[in-house]
Design a protein around this ligand. Structure first.
Ligand SMILES: [Mg+2]
Length: 312
C-alpha cells in the first residue's frame, strides 16, 4: 500500500475512489496553475508591445520570445517579495542580456515589483526603465547587463556568497545563445561545477539568432545540452514557449542537488504575433506606427487559439 492509499482510505469507501479523486483534484490544480501562467505570459507580451510603441523600435522579438519563461520564473519559481525587492532572502534573477530589459520590465510589472503605469516611461529621459538593464536604475534589476558573457560569473560569486551565509536562496541567470560565444560564460560554467553550486540555474534562451545573424552561421554552439553536461551541469532542454514543459523542468531542477543546473529553452522570436514572427530583420525591430495595433490584435487572436482546450 502506498502512502497515498493510506492517506486517502478513510474507511468510507474503496481505496481507488479517493485516490482517483485526489488525482483529478491535482490535475485541476495544475490546469489552473498553467492557465494562470499563460495569462501572465500574455500580459507580459502585451506590456512589451505597449513599451515598444513608446520608442517605435527595439528588442521586441526577444521579449515576445521569452515571455513564457519570465512568466513561469516570476509567477511560479522565484521566492521573492515584490514590495521588498532587496529582501536578503530572495532568489536572484540575473539578466545578463541587458537588451532584454523591455521583457524584464514587463515581467516585473506583472510580478508587482513595478507599477504598470511606469512602463509608459520606458526609454525616456528621467525614467527608471532605460533601454538596457541597469541595476542602479530599476527595482528588481539585479545586475547591469549588456556587456555580454558576465552574468554567469556574477551568478557564481553570488551563489558562493549565499552558500557561505547558509542562505537557501537560489541564483538564476537568463542568458542568450549569443552569450555562448563568450569564453567568460564557459569559465563561469567551469567554476560553478567545480564548486558544486547547486543553487545556480542558468536559463539559456536559444532563439537561434544574434546581432550578426543566425547563431548557426556566426559561431556554431550546438549541441548545446551536451556541452553543459560535459562541463558537469545537469541539463534539461525544453520548448521555451511551452508553459507546461517549463513548469515541469523548473520543478525538476529546483529539486536537483550536487551540481549546477541549466534549462536550455528553444524559443521563437516574436512568439504570439505572426507579423513579427516572420519579420526578416528580427534582432532589433523597427515597427511602423500603423503596425502596433495590428500586432496587439494578432496577439489577442493568438491568445484565444492557444488557450483552447488547455484551461478548462
Ligand atoms: Mg539569440
Amino acid at each position: 500500500m502506498t502512502s497515498l492509499d493510506t492517506d486517502t482510505n478513510t474507511g468510507t469507501g474503496t481505496t481507488t475512489e479517493p485516490v482517483a479523486g485526489r488525482v483529478a483534484a491535482d490535475a485541476t490544480d495544475r490546469a489552473r496553475r498553467i492557465g494562470a501562467l499563460r495569462d501572465a505570459a500574455h500580459r507580459i507580451r502585451r506590456h512589451a508591445l505597449d513599451m515598444g510603441e513608446v520608442q517605435g523600435q527595439g528588442y521586441i522579438g526577444q521579449a515576445l520570445g521569452v515571455a513564457d519563461i519570465l512568466a513561469v520564473a516570476y509567477k511560479d519559481v522565484l521566492n521573492h517579495r515584490p514590495d521588498e525587492p532587496e529582501w536578503p532572502g530572495r532568489d536572484r534573477f540575473l539578466l545578463s542580456i541587458g537588451h532584454y530589459a523591455i521583457a524584464l520590465y514587463a515581467a516585473l510589472a506583472e510580478a508587482g515589483v513595478l507599477d504598470v503605469e511606469e512602463l509608459a516611461t520606458y526609454g525616456s529621459d528621467e525614467s527608471r526603465l532605460p533601454m538596457s538593464g541597469m541595476a542602479s536604475y530599476t527595482p528588481g534589476m539585479e545586475i547591469s547587463g549588456g556587456s555580454l558573457g558576465h552574468g554567469l560569473g556574477v551568478a557564481a560569486g553570488m551563489a558562493l556568497g549565499l552558500r557561505h551565509q547558509g542562505s537557501p536562496a537560489r541564483v538564476y541567470n537568463l542568458l542568450s545563445d549569443g552569450e555562448l560565444d563568450e569564453g567568460s560564460t564557459w569559465e563561469a560554467a567551469l567554476a560553478c561545477a567545480h564548486h558544486g553550486l547547486d543553487n545556480v540555474t542558468a536559463v539559456v534562451d536559444v532563439n537561434a539568432l544574434q546581432a550578426d545573424g543566425p547563431t548557426a552561421g556566426v559561431l556554431r554552439t550546438e549541441p548545446v545540452t551536451d556541452k553543459w553536461e560535459a562541463f558537469g551541469w545537469r541539463a534539461i532542454r525544453v520548448d521555451g514557449n511551452d508553459i507546461e514543459a517549463l513548469v515541469t523542468a523548473f520543478d525538476t531542477l529546483r529539486a536537483h542537488r550536487g551540481s549546477p543546473s541549466v534549462l536550455v529553452c528553444d524559443t521563437r522570436i516574436g512568439r504570439g504575433v505572426p507579423l513579427l514572427e516572420t519579420r526578416e530583420k528580427a534582432h532589433f525591430m523597427r515597427v511602423e506606427q500603423h503596425e502596433w495595433q495590428v500586432a496587439r490584435d494578432q496577439l489577442a487572436q493568438n491568445r484565444h487559439s492557444t488557450r483552447k482546450g488547455t484551461d478548462a
